[in-house]
Design a protein around this ligand. Structure first.
Ligand code: SF4
Length: 889
């Protein structure tokens, strides 16, 4: 829209002329991508204004999202979009004019002084008339306004009182008083899960429950009932482990029903994440100190400082820092403000008593319910405590069908050039360009312990010096360029370069995906280099072990209560050194030791060149457990007293109950315990016969990309949007998107796509959920993360049967299990999970389509028993989909 109100529609052909003009827009980068511009259009991004006025508030990064967040009229078409943007700006500036905070005014002045596009408007709204001064950089010292947390926390004295079934039922009833939808199986489920909170039945293992609860049972509230009761009665936390962010958010909402006072809830329910998720005030302070004379850095830090003073947790990923803000300001720069590499200097840090990471640890130590993800829980259980020594005794693993994948990641080892370079950086800190690097090495990180030990610190200092010396064998800064130029420095780089030669000699190199190679027929040069790196890593490992022994002895010496703090710090240092250095070094050495002989039967090893966008990004040797649930079970056995594993999709659906349970127990690690678990299975209450349809299209060739794109477009059009397209390969997704997006645009149906639209996956899902008639294309991450109740998801289309990828790892597991039966089980499970996303409540209806005529009938038992399933030509499927979705029920 021009200043005179005239509206012109832009496309890539005529948009270039606006690149230099200051234009008001929503999400500069997305606009540039949509218009296929070589550079973003200069101007005023309304999202930046929103971030300044309403820090730490949720808003979808679209004009409709901004309109909804500011309570303005939601625009219905692109003509209304322009007017909506003006209304949104007016609302935000009006809101600003009522704010009086001196800190806000200082930040505004600073932003104006560096010519932030909204600077003048914001200054006017805040009624600031003074000349801006660059020296007002102190406006960024937001840490000064954060509250200190209490010096000490009372240690918990926990009991071991069991919960009775009746008590669970009553607690659930009290939580349900405001629920509208009746769910009769919910009570049955709450009773079953109470077993996790009963007296330990066998002394050598936790109480185990495997519970499949179909969608719509209301299992979250049902397990929260006994869990919260047990926590209150025993003064100890129950850990609830999830896989997706959606479930964490759902748990957050569900606990509102129990704790209506937000202050009490904040104490009782804590979301706990790994420290790499949290904002590090010291990193921020160092970034501020380096930002002088750099307007872009000052703008980014000023907007972050606004968030910093409003955030409830300091969590940079998945809480109240909008992902679009990180994207706008530069994702890697923003994320470098978190403690991503474990470089915390703890009490030597001036911000220690305000630190978000410390606050999260302390809050979790006092909470009743700690919500975490599978990965964190597994690391925490394996190490017997993450940032403290308390490993919880009661766990609920929700989304239990993801345990296998989470364990697979948590217990794998990767001897790669990037991993080894990361370890060097963790030990030595930023080398070379000292001014630009904020990375702190181990020497700095232990400085407080050295100081506290005083005269006793000599051996520690010597030990650390030795670690620093031995770490010089790891890949040094500049290693990527050297590897590209076939050069190397030191034994680690020498090994990876030799591995590169070996792989490219034995592989076809033009695949855009990761290149894998089995460990066979190794050339002599590679074996020599493997021995060299092995010796170097062993020396480093020994140096680390010496320091760990020293710390062990000193920790045992700390008997005086006055030494508690020192003891706590040394325990923390021990854990970090163990986790960051000793464990990977040990795993790498074990892999190198067996390189020339047989890999131990429980593992599979292989070489891999990781590729992104067709370019090599990492190279190395990988080791995975054939059955990663084994180490998972071993870690739980040592300390857990009650473990519940639950999901809507745990069992297989062969029709033979004992076989189906066997799959559930094998896939979650429960089969590794000596005594059998309790089992519970509850059917979903939904009327699948009437609310769903499954179609297998039987007249198109899955290899003909034109047919596939045509099918997607016509099916999405028949559903009038609200459709999700799932792909088993990114390349096919991209081609289909290219062929169909214009067609849907002409029908006014918005189409979004993972790997094409520059939004993070979670934002894409949020947009899809909020725009009822939009469509979304995606791959596995979308399938796992999607939770869209209501008609915004009414059609789901798979391009092919989602068979497992034939990787070296998969082949090894297939051979160790039952061959093709194993593949069937995994595929049925994927289809079952995807179908479960379609119907989320009693009012939903939906259609599920597979565009693969080769879909075997044996896979169709993935769908609930009464679901109507038909094999039909595309034309019929389109017709039936249209009629079914248009019909009231
Ligand atoms: S204590 Fe550690 S994580 Fe916290 S602000 Fe300081 S350095 Fe960062």
């Amino acid at each position: 829209m021009y200043p005179d109100g005239e509206i012109k529609e832009l496309n890539s052909a005529n948009a270039e002329q606006f690149v230099e003009a200051p234009v008001i827009q929503c999400y500069t980068r997305v606009t540039a991508t949509a218009l296929n511009l070589s550079a973003p259009i200069r101007g005023y991004d309304v999202l930046e204004l929103f971030a300044f006025v309403r820090p730490a508030e949720f808003c979808l990064p679209t004009i409709s999202g901004l309109a909804a967040a500011t309570s303005n009229k939601i625009p219905k078409n692109i003509h209304e979009d322009s007017e909506a943007l003006i209304d949104i700006i007016k609302t935000l500036l009006n809101e600003l004019s009522t704010q009086k905070s001196p800190q806000l005014k200082k930040t505004a002045s600073l932003l104006d002084s560096v010519n932030w596009s909204w600077g003048e408007s914001v200054m006017r709204a805040l009624n600031i008339n003074t000349e801006p001064q660059i020296s007002e950089i102190t406006a960024l010292h937001a840490w000064r306004d954060l509250k200190l947390f209490p010096e000490t926390i009372k240690p918990r004295v926990s009991a071991e009182e069991p919960i009775l079934e009746n008590a669970s039922i009553m607690r659930l009833a009290s939580m349900l008083s405001t629920e509208s939808e009746e769910r009769p199986s919910q009570t049955e489920y709450a009773v079953a899960i109470t077993n996790v909170f009963s007296h330990q039945e066998y002394p050598d293992q936790p109480n185990l429950l495997v519970a499949e609860a179909g969608t719509g049972i209301g299992k979250t509230l049902a397990y929260l009932a006994p869990a919260t009761l047990w926590a209150e009665k025993n003064n100890a936390a129950v850990w609830i482990s999830t896989y997706t962010r959606n479930l964490q958010q759902q748990l957050d909402k569900e606990t509102d029903k129990l704790y209506t006072d937000p202050t009490i809830k904040a104490k009782k329910v804590v979301i706990r994440k790994g420290r790499e998720n949290y904002f590090c005030l010291l990193n921020y302070q160092e970034a501020v100190n380096q930002s002088h004379n750099n307007p872009n850095a000052i703008i980014a830090l000023a907007l972050i400082s606004r968030w910093l003073l409003s955030t409830r947790s300091g969590d940079m990923l998945g809480d109240d820092l909008p992902s679009w803000l990180s994207d706008i300001l530069g994702l890697s720069k923003v994320l470098s403000l978190a403690d991503r590499r474990g470089e915390c200097i703890h009490s030597a840090c001036t911000h220690y008593k305000k630190c978000f990471v410390e606050k999260a640890i302390r809050n979790a130590q006092q909470a009743d319910i700690v919500v975490a993800n599978h990965a964190l829980v597994m690391v925490q259980a394996a190490l017997g405590g993450l940032d403290d020594t308390n490993a919880p005794s009661r766990y609920i693993f929700d989304e239990g069908h993801h345990i296998f994948d989470a364990a697979d990641n948590a217990f794998a080892a990767h001897l790669t050039i990037n991993e080894t370079a990361d370890l060097r950086r963790w030990i030595l800190g930023g080398e070379g360009n000292k001014g630009a690097s904020r990375s702190r090495g181990i020497k700095k990180r232990i400085s407080d312990v050295v100081e506290l030990l005083g005269d006793d610190s000599e051996n520690l200092s010597i030990g650390i010096q030795n670690i620093l010396k031995c770490a010089l064998v790891l890949p040094a800064p500049g290693y990527k360029t050297r590897l590209l130029d076939n050069k190397f420095e030191g034994p680690a780089e020498g090994f990876f370069l030799q591995l590169k030669h070996h792989m490219y000699t034995n592989l076809v190199s033009d695949s855009p995906y990761n290149l894998e190679l089995e460990i066979l027929d190794l050339p002599v040069q590679l074996i020599i280099k493997a021995k060299e790196i092995s010796v170097a890593l062993s020396n480093l490992g020994n140096a680390v072990t010496t320091v760990l022994h020293f710390l062990d002895l000193k920790i045992k010496d700390c008997k005086d209560p006055g030494d508690n703090y020192l003891k706590h710090r040394m325990e923390g240092l021990h854990r970090t050194l163990d986790q960051k250095a000793a464990l990977p070094l040990n795993a790498w050495n074990q892999m190198l030791e067996t390189l020339e002989c047989q890999t131990p039967a429980e593992f599979i090893d292989w070489f891999c060149i990781n590729r992104y966008d067709g370019k090599d990004v990492d190279i190395g040797l990988h080791r995975h457990w054939i059955d990663p649930t084994l180490p998972f079970a071993q870690t739980l056995i040592t300390h857990a007293q009650g473990v519940g594993i639950t999901s809507a999709t745990l069992k297989d659906n062969t029709g033979e109950d004992s076989i189906d349970w066997e799959y559930a127990e094998k896939h979650t690690g429960i089969s590794h315990f000596s005594h059998p678990p309790k089992r519970s299975a509850l059917q979903s209450p939904f009327d699948y016969e009437n609310v769903t349809r499954v179609y297998i299209v039987n007249d198109i060739k899955k290899t003909n990309i034109h047919d596939i794109a045509n099918a997607y477009q016509n099916l999405f059009a028949a559903a009038k949007g609200g459709a999700l397209g799932l792909f088993t390969a990114i390349s096919r997704l991209k081609k289909v998107h290219e062929m169909m997006h214009r067609g849907l645009e002409n029908l006014n149906i918005p189409l979004y796509a993972q790997h094409i639209d520059p939004f993070p996956t979670n934002t894409l899902i949020d947009i899809f959920r909020s725009e009822e008639d939009s469509c979304l294309l995606g791959t596995d991450a979308i399938r796992d993360g999607i939770d869209v109740p209501g008609s915004a998801l009414r059609l789901m289309v798979f391009d092919r049967v989602p068979w497992p990828r034939p990787s070296i790892l998969h082949k090894a597991r297939r051979n160790a299990n039952e061959g093709s039966v194993y593949d069937d089980r995994i595929t049925r499970s994927k289809l079952k999970q995807a179908f479960g996303r379609l119907i989320r409540s009693g009012d939903d209806k939906g259609v599920f389509v597979i565009l693969d005529s080769m879909t075997p009938t044996r896979l169709l038992s993935s769908f609930p028993k009464d679901t109507p399933i038909k094999r039909l030509p595309l034309k019929e499927v389109i017709k039936e989909t249209k009629i079914f979705l248009e019909t009231e029920f």
